[in-house]
Design a protein around this ligand. Structure first.
Ligand code: HEM
Length: 552
């Protein structure tokens, strides 16, 4: 049969045809092989990485380690995600971060390990250089960031101050002023205008003013009618947020940004400048004030805030502390006490909203305590009930309800240490020198192995024995840390939270605005991401209750 071909097309002989086909095959083969090889490699890596899940709790990918799983966790609720992984891994696992980053760490929620790192081997687990370098621009060598001798000296002096009668008076008086002259009028205003209020914002303002009164002896006035913006408070918040960003960026990146003064580092520099300006002014004024006092005569006029206490002390060489050191002490205390109690109170009020029975019991306790007062006319007026320290102390059920809120929503959800020398955790986990160790405070509050089957229920009764509040081991309930670095403000924080909560609950019933989304924000402190929008109703039965008391 004759082969028809286009005029200009060459007809190939059978030998030529075979040659062309084989050379084409030769060209195509490597392409196929490459694709096959690539698919095989991807499959192998995927299977291998996914099989690591059994051993490590999460898939471990080349280059990026466990980062993809963490990013998936961040898309939902990272604290719940971490709780799930820890639960699956019997409460301790090692996180493998991407190569060349500082994210590798051992994470634990085992009370035995936590006791080991916070108490038994305390000196082997300092905050460490990584933490210190990241926070140094803002916190300097203050108590929160320092280790060893520098930390010990500040801790000792501040501890004496925190347990003194003068300090107790200062906290009692500052709280009465803040709650009765500022908080309650702001809440009344929102009722008058029938406008929902962001309770978290209001409480943050209250605790910021309060801790500044304690640290610096000055009141910035954040909590006032109209809720004004205060430059110092804004600068402090920005400086903290920008500092936190350093923990997620590779060190060389934020250092380069700092050098070039760009992005978050530029903002950090500007806000630290504002914080320093405020601190300088206060320190300068206080120095002048102290120089005019004759201590033998004017003892009563002496303030009892931290700044004044440290200004009257001398360093190891017998010299007064430097301005920088005084600034660091105050800034660290403000950081420690500015938002921890307010976010705890916000979660507490949110939990009350879902547990009206608990709210009822708190109200009954407060009324029982008030009923024990000898009645005076002044106290009978509804708004003038000012809780006294001995009454606040008696509020055991309220303390249990607050502790239960802190168990489920700890203000500091995750904390961090660094290993100095090779060590082994009581559960057998090997810790190499330089490893970062995180203890997952949020996850610990939700471990069945620690709190039992009802660990996710809000049940203040678990803190009561014969009606009295009983505290738990600090290595099981880690909201306030434990060991030598136990939160220095713990007693004050309980007093502050109880006083504020009782003053609100006694007068108002709070309702969270319908459909308001409450989820945690990813930060060092567990804020509510969208705040806590509430409406308030005045309790109209208070007057009735007071009248019954008068008659009885
Ligand atoms: C509900 C309220 C509070 C909670 C849950 C809380 C929790 C904590 C935690 C977890 C730590 C350890 C942080 C770390 O080492 O990384 C800590 C330390 C500290 N807290 Fe609190 N805190 C609260 C309120 C306060 C208040 C109101 C103050 C001061 C006015 C304060 C002062 C301190 C100080 C000075 C430290 C550092 C102690 C040290 O390193 O020796 N805290 N707190």
């Amino acid at each position: 049969m004759e082969t028809m071909s286009p005029t200009n097309q060459t007809v190939l002989s059978s030998g030529e045809l075979t040659e062309t086909i084989s050379s084409r095959r030769l060209l195509l083969l490597p392409e196929f092989q490459f694709l096959e090889l690539f698919i095989a490699l991807v499959l192998f890596i995927s299977i291998h990485s996914l099989r690591q899940r059994k051993r490590h709790g999460l898939p471990v990918w080349p280059f990026v380690g466990m980062l993809p799983s963490l990013l998936l966790g961040l898309r939902t609720d990272v604290y719940e995600w971490l709780t799930g992984v820890l639960h699956q891994q019997n409460t301790t696992f090692t996180f493998n971060g991407p190569w060349f980053t500082s994210l590798n760490s051992v994470i634990t929620a085992d009370p035995r390990n936590v006791e080991h790192l916070l108490k038994t081997k305390f000196s082997n687990f300092p905050k460490g250089e990584f933490f210190h370098n990241n926070v140094h621009d803002l916190l300097g060598d203050g108590i929160f960031s320092a280790d060893n001798e520098i930390w010990r000296r500040q801790r000792k002096t501040a501890s004496i101050e925190f347990h003194s009668a003068e300090f107790r008076n200062l906290t009692t008086e500052s709280l009465i002023e803040l709650v009765h002259s500022r908080l309650l009028p702001v809440l009344e205003e929102s009722i008058k205008n029938s406008i929902p209020i962001d309770l978290q914002d209001v409480l943050l303002r209250l605790t910021f003013d309060n801790v500044c009164m304690i640290a610096f002896g000055v009141d910035p006035g954040c909590l006032r009618l109209g809720l004004p913006e205060i430059p110092f408070a804004r600068a402090f918040e920005d400086a903290t947020e920008m500092t936190v960003l350093r923990f997620v960026a590779p060190t060389f990146v934020w250092k380069a940004m700092r050098y070039l003064n760009i992005g978050s580092e530029k903002k950090l520099k500007e806000s630290i400048c504002e914080v320093d300006k405020f601190a300088d002014k206060v320190i300068h004024t206080r120095k002048k004030e102290l120089s005019l006092l004759d201590f033998s005569k004017d003892d009563k006029k002496l303030r009892s805030d931290l700044l004044t206490v440290f200004m009257r002390l001398k360093d190891d060489e017998g010299k007064p502390f430097s301005k920088k050191f005084l600034r660091d002490i105050c800034v660290n205390f403000i950081l420690a006490g500015r938002d921890t109690s307010s976010v705890a109170l916000s979660w507490f009020f949110w939990l009350l909203n879902q547990n009206p029975d608990v709210e009822k019991q708190i109200l009954e306790e407060i009324r029982r305590i008030i009923a024990q007062r000898t009645i005076s006319d002044e106290e009978e007026k509804m708004n003038s009930v000012v809780f006294r320290p001995e009454e606040v102390k008696k509020m055991d059920y309220l303390q249990a309800a607050l502790s239960e809120a802190l168990r489920l929503y700890p203000s500091v959800p995750l904390d961090h240490k660094e290993v100095v020398e090779d060590d082994v955790f009581p559960d057998g986990t090997i810790l190499k020198k330089g490893t970062k160790v995180l203890y997952a405070i949020y996850a610990m509050g939700r471990m069945e192995s620690i709190w039992g089957k009802d660990c996710r229920e809000y049940r203040p009764e678990r803190w009561l024995r014969d009606g009295r509040f009983t505290s738990e081991s600090a290595y099981k309930f880690t909201a306030f840390n434990g060991g030598p670095r136990l939160c220095l403000g713990k007693d004050f924080a309980y007093y502050q939270m109880k006083f504020v909560a009782a003053s609100i609950i006694y007068r108002y019933q709070l309702n969270v605005v319908k459909n308001h989304l409450v989820i945690p924000k990813l930060a060092l402190t567990m804020y509510m991401k969208y705040g806590l929008k509430v409406t308030l109703n005045k309790r109209d039965d208070i007057e009735l209750h007071n009248r019954i008391r008068v008659q009885s």
